[in-house]
Design a protein around this ligand. Structure first.
Ligand SMILES: [Zn+2]
Length: 97
């Protein structure tokens, strides 16, 4: 899938624009792996073998996505995945006593 095609996609829940992070591309710059995230509902949609997974929550299986998320975790520091939504876990340091 080309990035031009992916840029046309919007969140199926709230029709918001999605932001794209590309993790792997083939020789003709087609996106092979990446993640789309919605800034409104915080859902993420993995792109696997060039196909964006944009099913409703009830048709997604979190355990099938865990290997991908683990593989991509280093691209997404301070991020956890909860119920198909991204959560930023920026560590706030405790005030010094
Ligand atoms: Zn959304």
């Amino acid at each position: 899938m080309t990035s031009k095609t992916i840029e046309k996609l919007c969140c199926p829940f709230d029709k918001s624009d999605l932001s794209l992070q590309v993790f792997a591309q083939d020789v003709s710059n087609n996106i092979k792996e990446g993640i789309l995230t919605c800034s409104v509902c915080k859902r993420y949609y993995p792109i696997v073998s060039g196909i964006p997974i944009m099913n409703p929550d009830e048709y997604r299986e979190f355990k099938l996505e865990i290997p991908l998320l683990e593989k991509w975790q280093h691209h997404l520091p301070n991020t956890t995945f909860d119920n198909f939504r991204l959560t930023n876990t920026t560590v706030t340091s405790l005030p010094e006593q």
